[in-house]
Design a protein around this ligand. Structure first.
Ligand SMILES: [Zn+2]
Ligand SMILES: [Zn+2]
Length: 243
């Protein structure tokens, strides 16, 4: 399903996307970061996709372990035929379907689809630009990535970036406090419920609190409101707890 969905938004095949993402996490805000926020908001947002990658990004990117992804035959198939199916999913089908089924004009169908594509790209771009610049740093004030509710709402739960960079293994990409709108997590939870997703990893509340007290900027309690809420077994049903 993810492979098919990936064809509907031209952002490169999953294997390439994951390599850039892993490189971004391992070398955040260094010369090897593909969308290094130190080069400005525009570069981090979309400029990086318009330019050739720097030597450091290419070299460090090649060193990233991708063996798990390369061992997956479906992902290898997608990488190989990406340029055949991506134009179909991103441009042709979303234009032809409204024309055929509800008599939309070519201009309307084409323009609305391009709008959809641009909105999605910009929402995703916000995670690399705005969420790396503006917001609170409840878990680690010494890194650039920040937590912001607006980006989180626009990206369906991906804007709590200080949490995500501090605890990158946590499938929730957020600590669920007051602002718990997180469609991405709910999706993973749904697929865990039907058994398609498994071995989910989450961070214990104790570890989160200890880290926030040690390196956070003090905003965690009053901003995210988790202070008094204790974790329950229900929070981590079926997940692997990392200590
Ligand atoms: Zn990430
Ligand atoms: Zn980031």
């Amino acid at each position: 399903m993810l492979v098919v969905f990936n064809f509907f938004l031209y952002e490169n095949p999953i294997i390439h996307w994951a390599r850039d993402h892993r490189t971004h996490h391992k070398f955040t805000e260094t010369d090897a970061d593909p969308h290094d926020p130190r080069r400005g908001l525009f570069f981090a947002h979309m400029g990086w996709a318009m330019l050739k990658k720097k030597r450091e990004v290419l070299e460090k990117g090649r060193g990233i372990d991708q063996s798990d992804l390369h061992a997956d035959p479906i992902l290898k198939w997608q990488e190989r035929y990406y340029m055949w199916f991506m134009p179909l999913g991103t441009f042709i089908l979303p234009t032809v379907v409204p024309m055929y089924f509800w008599n939309e004009t070519l201009t309307n169908a084409y323009c609305v689809n391009i709008l959809r594509y641009l909105v999605c790209l910009h929402m995703h771009g916000l995670v690399n630009s705005v969420a790396h610049t503006y917001g609170d740093r409840p878990y680690d004030k010494f890194i650039g990535p920040a937590d912001g509710f607006s980006v989180s709402a626009l990206t369906l739960g991906e804007g709590l970036h200080n949490f995500h960079h501090t605890f990158p293994w946590d499938y929730r990409s957020a600590e669920l406090g007051v602002f718990c709108f997180n469609f991405t997590k709910s999706c993973i939870d749904f697929f865990a419920m039907i058994g398609w997703a498994y071995d989910l990893k989450a961070t214990t509340q104790d570890m989160i609190r200890a880290r926030a007290a040690r390196t956070g900027d003090g905003s965690s309690k009053h901003v995210w409101g988790w202070g008094d809420r204790d974790q329950t077994a229900e929070d981590h049903k079926g997940t692997v707890i990392i200590n």
